[in-house]
Ligand binder design. Structure first.
Ligand code: AMP
Length: 417
């Protein structure tokens, strides 16, 4: 098979790494990719959101499967353009990706499907949102309706803070509308399923760490580390999430004529009253993907193709018995401003243990070496018998990496340990 993956982060490196191990693969491209991906795929200079260029490339190179990693190409309709051109696509249509792209839409679908989630109200005028908040009081979770690159959620402990958050959201990206939500408490977990619009195959649960610093403090990030499976996400919780959230919501999407295919990311709060939906994403999580795919024994490529072609079967997947943990190494300053172009050494020594894989995120090749080229730069991943062993192996590997201006959290997995 000839496969093109869109994206260039740690998630896409993990996807390319899994796909490249398939005996079915003939040629792999990635747009735009990164230094790590370029070792296993041909990296091409096409913007992932440019539907015309992506479709042209797929036609020219007779690509059998287009795999969309990040949300931006889904939101801009690349999957629809490629499908219309007869190309098999792993990733939902733009209409179905609304489950991620609009929080108000996702909440409405959850409500109609009876899926447990925080109570909410959606507003497209700041004045109405503020009046509602003043009446209902704090704490409240204030969310931008649209994609806001992880910066669209504010947990306001006072009415004052909530009012300021509403102003900030209407002034920022994704700020055409705002969702006000009840604040849920509990442990967070995420759950991933594959679907072709009909059949649904549970993948795995994971937990990640969103805050920049040890002890889960500091600014919110795209994710500083993750592990899978997560002991807190028990098989019983998984069944409940499938029955009460995933299946009813996917069925509602079908009924509305916008069947969802691809991978669905279900963000959850494990509350005292059971698991409740926080959000959906229309793609794999990053860094969760990096600690789920290394555990998968089943060949990923035919699964992705089956989702794209509407012939996913219900056969259970084979998994390694191990736990996988990934530690994100980021540039000093991230998630604020940071430098690019710093040399990174020790990558080979760090990955010498066969249990360790280093996925690249923001890196590029320069003068025969690797330099930093983003906020989150490496995703240092290890398989172990349990979280404790996987974590020890990942941190051993991280300590072998020579990059002066890089940092990582030293407590990934603390909840599970
Ligand atoms: P989201 O973009 O919806 O995933 O929200 C980002 C983060 O905000 C989540 O991972 C949670 O930590 C937090 N969050 C979102 N909604 C709620 C809620 N209703 N109650 C408590 N925390 C929330």
């Amino acid at each position: 098979m000839r496969v093109l993956v869109l994206g260039g982060g740690g998630r896409e490196h993990a996807l390319c790494w899994s796909i490249s191990r398939s005996p079915l693969l003939k040629h792999l491209w990635c747009a735009p990719g990164n230094a790590g991906i370029s070792e296993i795929a041909d990296c091409i200079d096409i913007p992932p959101t440019n539907a015309e260029q992506v479709v042209d490339f797929c036609r020219r190179e007779a690509v059998d499967l287009l795999v969309i990693g990040p949300e931006a190409p889904l939101a801009s309709g690349v999957s629809d353009a490629a499908r219309a051109a007869g190309i098999a696509v792993f990733g939902p249509s733009r209409a179905a990706a609304m489950l991620e792209v609009s929080k108000a839409f996702a909440k409405e679908i959850a409500l109609v499907s009876g899926a447990p989630t925080a109570t909410y109200a959606a507003f497209d005028m700041p004045g109405n949102a503020k009046a509602h908040l003043t009446e209902t009081g704090a704490p409240v979770v204030v969310k931008a309706d649209g994609l806001a690159a992880g910066k669209g959620v504010i947990i306001a402990e006072s009415v004052q803070e909530g009012l300021a958050a509403i102003d900030r959201i209407f002034d920022g990206p994704g700020g055409e509308a705002v969702v006000l939500e009840e604040k849920l408490t509990g442990e967070e977990a995420s759950f991933f399923v594959l679907t072709d619009g009909e059949a649904v195959l549970p993948l795995a649960g994971a937990q990640d760490h969103k805050r920049a610093h040890d002890g889960d403090v500091g600014p919110n990030t795209g994710g500083m580390g993750a592990y899978s499976p997560a002991p807190a996400f028990t098989p019983q919780i998984e069944r409940e999430v499938m029955d009460r959230i995933v299946l009813p919501v996917l069925n509602e999407m079908k009924v509305r004529g916008m069947p969802y295919s691809g991978v669905l990311y279900v963000g959850l709060m494990l509350t005292e009253d059971g698991p409740k939906l926080i959000e959906f994403n229309a793609r794999f999580g990053d860094p969760e993907c990096q600690c789920i795919l290394p555990r998968l024994e089943t060949d990923l490529l035919p699964l992705l193709l089956a989702c794209a072609e509407g012939r996913l079967e219900g056969d259970p997947l084979a998994w390694k018995p191990d736990t996988c943990l990934t530690v994100v190494m980021a540039a000093q300053g991230y998630p604020g401003s940071y430098e690019r172009g710093d040399a990174i050494g020790g990558l080979e020594e760090a990955a010498a243990d066969p249990a360790v894989t280093i996925f690249h995120a923001g890196t590029k090749s320069q003068d025969g070496g690797v330099v930093s080229d983003g906020g989150r730069v490496l995703s240092i991943t290890a398989l172990g018998r349990d979280v404790t062993e996987a974590r020890a192996l990942a941190y051993d590997a991280a300590s072998a990496i020579r990059w002066d201006s890089g940092f990582y959290r030293s407590d990934i997995g603390w909840r599970a340990i």
